[in-house]
Design a protein around this ligand. Sequence first.
Ligand code: KG4
Ligand code: ZN
Length: 319
Amino acid sequence: MILGIETSCDETAAAVVTPGGQICSNVVSSQAELHAKYGGVVPEVASRRHLELVSPVIREALEQSGATLDDVDTVAVTVGPGLIGALLVGLSTAKALAWARRLPLVPVDHLHGHVASLFLEPSALEPPFTCLLASGGHTLLLDVRDRSWDGVRVLGTTLDDAAGEAFDKGARLLGLPYPGGAALDVLARDGDAEAYAFPVARVPGLDFSFSGLKTALLYAVRDLPPDELQHRRADLAASYQRAIVRALVERIEAAAPERVAVVGGVAANSELRASLPGATAAPLALCTDNAAMIASAARYAERLDPPDYLRLDAYASAA
Ligand code: KG4
Ligand code: ZN
């Protein structure tokens, strides 16, 4: 059994996955509420909360899977990119667990983890395919040739905000609590997506840009009297979401791939999923951060034997 641990941002997560990719348990404890009053993740607050939660969350993942530590033969952990203090909590825990039992440890790149959410049973996807990875921190168009991270090539990325960040900032302008992506998705269902013509940035190549869109929403909100704003919130949400989804779909279409997959928190978006009927979207529970995807990626990453991993360090940003 592989025990996966993920603490790169504001989700404390642990999962037990078989070498064949069956999920035995997948426990996620979100700190979102804790950070909501600040309007975003406060790194130091996140680290301290991970410290409190990591052991109970691992215990819960083992219990739910029916396994004990004796059944775990590999420990997998996110080493980056993410908040450095948050990552270090997961990494230190993983090292301690693995070393105490002289188990191998697999350091996993968080982005590889998102892609590997597609390699879990019962609906594992076989490369090659083109993958949109859209989350709170990243927006990448990837050419996935095999299941390892070395087998993935970046075709395009965002020049400014990530797609999830655009959702969250838009949600904030509309008075929705952090992280607002999912709430904006719900609000948009009651709105008219054609009510506002928000710009879809067209940058050269296969890159993305969302900062202009965010500014356009800011101006639209600012120009409305407060009582009018209340009536137009759903229209604004729907139009704004339409613009983000269009930008994402246009880029995928420009890459003209044979097979398309979408992963990451934004892959949970209902309009994006509906706009890509032929694509494989990660299962909803595996779109936002979780440890099952980390354990999944570990099956295709290099394992380190004890004591080689004791010197391992976390990294904040992608190399
Ligand atoms: O993958 P993830 O959990 O964390 C990162 O690695 O960043 O993605 C979180 C992001 C947040 O920005 C959140 O607002 C967004 O995914 N998100 C959504 C939806 N659900 C989560 N955005 C749009 N529609 C959704 N339904
Ligand atoms: Zn993520």
